[in-house]
Design a binder for this molecule. Structure first.
Ligand code: PLP
Length: 370
């Protein structure tokens, strides 16, 4: 346990009340009033018509790809810098992932490098709104529409983030969210698919429940999964959703303090927010230019740990991992550099202003050359 964790949930009386109500009602599995309410409320919050709650964010991605009939012989473009769930879901459906570099300025998939990766077999793009920063959705949707591709937004880390005033998760054909314990709002484990397409939503719903015919019980027209969310999880999520604007406000306040404290430090690049973006800073992150500071990123992380300050190194670029290397045939200059330099800082909504200033001071003391 760290005194200053990277992320931790804030769970209050409202969540407790909902969960107790769900338990007392006896609806503890995947039926019950909270599920539909959570689906509808979250979809409405993002600005999408239909929501299908799932057991986790990875399951949401798997369902999205399956519902779009993506499979063997198809190619799906993913960014080099992401959590493994993004690429794994493509492999689950036997499609071929194609790894594309990220933009050096805001760390998400680079639309300028996208078109080079498109072949006659490309069926979809999965842009990932990394660490709370939106992708350049206009550029991505334009390329997708030109080449007739599906877009599945991976918004696991970016609840409430906006691109030109519109929430991420409302651009793609389907978007996928995670409600894991460290996410902006949580259901413990959990996820959701959102879509404006009624038929697609219905198909995802059926696939989530073993592919069972919704009117003819125990009759299966397609092979599905058990990827359902429980009523208990949805009860928790619904109470969390009521607080989402406060949580995001807090994340943005934390970001502002880090930025103020660290902006003048030579060798530190702050978490970006492009002019077209509202970043939700799921994990406030910095890049450390090791040539300009006193110690390496890894040494800094070690030093901070001694003061009870948890940090995380950025994700490894997918193309560097032997298991995924065969899906990487392009160049990856930005992702390699960002991954080596990147550090996620404590971004828990429970941190006070003094906490964030203390962490920033510890970073400055460690890295500034005198
Ligand atoms: C970018 C991204 N995609 C997908 C997932 C998968 O979500 P889950 O852990 O709920 O399966 C995560 C997070 O954990 C993630 O960060």
């Amino acid at each position: 346990m760290y005194k200053y964790p990277v992320a931790e949930p804030e769970i209050g009386e409202e969540e407790l009340k909902n969960v107790v109500e769900a338990v007392k009602s006896g609806w503890v599995s995947s039926r019950g009033k909270f599920i539909e309410e959570f689906e509808n409320s979250f979809a409405k919050y993002i600005g999408v018509k239909y929501g299908v709650a799932t057991s986790n964010g990875t399951a949401a991605l798997h369902l999205a790809l399956t519902a779009l009939n993506i499979g063997e012989g198809d190619e799906v473009i993913v960014p080099d810098l992401t959590f493994a769930a993004t690429i794994n879901s493509v492999i689950y459906v036997s499609a071929k992932p194609v790894i594309v570099d990220v933009n050096p300025d805001y760390w998400c998939i680079d639309p300028n490098k996208l078109e080079k990766a498109i072949t006659p077999n490309t069926k979809a793009i999965i842009p990932v709104h990394l660490y709370g920063h939106p992708c350049d959705m206009e550029a991505i949707m334009e390329i997708a529409s030109k080449h007739n591709l599906y877009v599945i937004e991976d918004a696991a880390e970016a609840h409430g983030a906006e691109y030109k005033g519109r929430k991420v998760g409302s651009f793609g054909h389907i978007s996928c969210f995670s409600f894991y314990g460290n996410k902006i709002i949580t259901t413990g484990e959990g996820g959701m698919c959102l879509t404006n397409d009624r038929e697609l939503a219905e198909k995802i719903r059926i696939l989530r429940d073993h592919g069972m015919n919704p009117v003819k019980r125990y009759w299966h027209d397609i092979v599905g999964f058990n990827y359902r969310m429980t009523n208990l999880q949805a009860a928790l999520g619904l109470a969390q959703l009521d607080k989402i604007e406060r949580f995001i406000g807090k994340k943005r306040e934390i970001a502002k303090i880090y930025a103020e404290e660290l902006s003048s430090v030579e060798g530190i690049v702050l978490h970006p927010e492009m002019p077209w973006a509202k970043c939700v800073y799921w994990l406030y992150s910095i890049l450390i230019d090791e040539g300009k500071v006193k110690m390496t990123r890894d040494k800094l992380a070690e030093k901070l740990e001694k003061d009870g300050i948890e940090t995380r190194n950025f994700f490894y670029p997918l193309h560097e991992m032997p298991i995924y290397r065969k899906y990487a045939n392009l160049t990856y200059t930005a992702s390699s550099k960002i991954s080596k330099q990147g550090l996620n800082l404590p971004s828990s909504i429970k941190l006070s202003e003094e906490d964030v200033k203390y962490i920033a001071r510890k970073i400055k003391e460690a890295v500034i050359r005198h």
